[in-house]
Design a protein. Sequence first.
Length: 256
Amino acid sequence: MSFIDSHAHIYAEAFRPDQAEALAKAEAEGVDKIYMPNIDHTSIEAMLETEAQHPRLCLPMMGLHPTSVQKDFEKELYLVEEWLGKRQFAAVGECGIDLYWDKTFLPQQQEALRVQVALAKKHQLPVVLHTRDSFDEAYEIVAQAQDGTLTGVFHCFTGTLEQANKVKELGFLMGIGGVATFKNGGLDKLLPHLSLQDIMLETDCPYLAPAPHRGKRNQPAYLPLIANRVAELMQKSVEEVAMATAKNATGLFKLT
């Protein structure tokens, strides 16, 4: 049984002391692909170095995270565009809108998302969306751009059934992570109404560690804990969850 972690910051500073060990643990738990979203110009070197050291396991994306969108966001987007023109990436991401921390740069975040969605279409890549406290704002931009060619995933999806149906109508997937294991995470009410064809598994490490590790550093080796909870809520076997979600990830991402 093998798993794909569709969203993991395994290159992050939190893994600097023991990245190789964390990756070995992940492989021992059956994780055989880890897709790495970019944050901004400061994360590119570490991400690509991780890919170089583990080319079959760790696969990079290229994008600008909404919390890194400031007044000078155009400079960051030029760099994203430059990298997308130089080599192949798995996706454009992670990008989107984040209204949890700060709403000051909402217009800039909206424009940055429009630009990155256009880049995804230009390079025929999926888009990986961050929508914390901003589903409606991000959905509106993506829906306007959807002409049948755009694919992607709403990463760390914790929305309502109505929002899930909107995602499905777009032809997008939903990334399900550690929140599925949280007592009041809300996914226990949503997942029974979804199909395995609708979702991918993710850790979003080092964030959002699943129970019983909640509050500690997350890592790809914890992905089976998420899979087990998803299987329980969807009344499927863990093998079915692993197989279907891996198939969805392989079908979505260009780098496999």
